[in-house]
Structure formats: structure tokens, C-alpha cells
Ligand binder design. Structure first.
Ligand SMILES: O=C(O)CCC(=O)C(=O)O
Ligand SMILES: [Fe+2]
Length: 194
């Protein structure tokens, strides 16, 4: 299994992750059944629409604030449970929440951030499953912006960000002018009691 070096961390990368027909079916299910929404974010006191659609899914009773947004959790659908278990087995974590993002075209994106909300605990493991069009995912060291890593995330790939990555590195999904198919990304997370 290939790994990406993101010193001092190693990021396992699984591609293909699912059987090809399973991945295609999952993409179709997610497009059809997830209540996608273009949420708003408040930045410096001004409200903006985020440049993508998203849906936060969590087990009952969990609350989450994500990058200045308070997300209303959607119910965890039964058909997503086997996938969460499969991803959790590989990542060595018991995931109880997923942030689903839908990038309609190359002008949808996600800016620099870490997945470091307090609800995730001090050193979360995050597993990122990509479906649909290939997009470039970038890392940049939090202190030394000259240290970067770019990874193309194709359809049916799983990238694991082990414990510690979030406190040393930011990541982003930049816009692209290249023609790209729609993409869905699921980041599996474990919310701990605050
Ligand atoms: O779409 C991606 O690959 C990244 C998503 C991400 O960073 C997040 O949901 O926090
Ligand atoms: Fe993230």
C-alpha cells in the first residue's frame, strides 16, 4: 500500500479502495440521497455562501461546530454504516461522524484549514474518501509555508491522515480552471465528548 510522506507523518493511500462497481454505486447513492446544501459561513462579521455543497452526518446526540459554521447534523443512514466500519477498520478509529462535501465543478473549493475543532479531541485521525472527478489536494506546513505536498485524489481513493497531522499541517482543495467532473468527498471523523 503506498504512503505519502508528510514529515514526520506517513499517510496511507488506498486506490482503488472499493470494488469499481461499489464505488460507482456509492457515488450515485450519495448524489441522490444526501440532503446537499450550500451553507453560509461568517467571516470577519460578513456572511458568505461556501463554495461547495455539504452535509454533516452524525450519530444522534452529537454536536459539531465547523469553521465558524454551526452545522445541523443529518441522520446517519443505515446504508452508510458498513462503509464507515470498513473505513474505520483501515484507519484504526471508531468513526461516528462524516462531513460530506460536493464540488460541483472546478470553481467549488475548500480553503486552508486543519480539522482541529475541539470536538475532535487533541489528535484526531481523519479518513478521506474521494469519489468522482480527480482534484488536487494540498498540504502546507502551519509554520513553514514553503513546505508543501500536493496529492491528486482520484475516484475511489482513500487517504488517511493519522493522529498529529492536523496540528502541524493545513490542507486545502483549491479551485481549478481545468474541466473536472463533479466530486464528492467524505471525511470520516470521531467526535469525542467535549
Ligand atoms: O474535499 C476534500 O478532499 C477535503 C475535505 C476537507 O478537508 C474537509 O472536509 O475538512
Ligand atoms: Fe479538512
Amino acid at each position: 500500500m503506498p504512503v505519502y510522506e508528510l514529515p514526520p507523518f506517513q499517510l496511507p493511500f488506498h486506490h482503488p479502495f472499493l470494488a469499481p462497481e461499489e464505488a460507482d454505486e456509492l457515488l450515485a447513492l450519495l448524489l441522490e440521497r444526501i440532503p446537499w446544501k450550500q451553507d453560509r459561513i461568517t467571516l470577519f462579521g460578513r456572511e458568505h455562501l461556501i463554495p461547495r455543497e455539504q452535509c454533516w452526518i452524525a450519530e444522534d446526540g452529537l454536536n459539531y461546530r465547523y469553521s465558524g459554521q454551526t452545522l445541523e447534523p443529518a441522520q446517519w443512514p443505515d446504508w452508510l454504516r458498513p462503509l464507515a466500519r470498513q473505513v474505520g477498520d483501515i484507519a484504526g478509529e471508531h468513526f461516528n461522524s462524516v462531513l460530506a462535501n460536493r464540488y460541483r465543478d472546478g470553481s467549488d473549493s475548500m480553503g486552508w484549514h486543519s480539522d482541529d475543532e475541539p470536538e475532535l479531541g487533541p489528535s484526531p485521525v481523519i479518513a478521506s474518501l474521494s469519489l468522482g472527478g480527480t482534484r488536487r489536494f494540498r498540504f502546507r506546513h502551519r509554520e513553514d509555508h514553503g513546505r508543501t505536498l500536493s496529492i491528486d485524489l482520484p475516484h475511489n481513493s482513500l487517504l488517511v491522515m493519522p493522529a498529529g497531522v492536523q496540528s502541524h499541517w493545513h490542507h486545502a482543495l483549491p479551485k481549478t480552471r481545468k474541466p473536472v467532473s463533479p466530486r464528492i468527498n467524505l471525511t470520516f471523523r470521531r467526535l469525542v465528548d467535549a
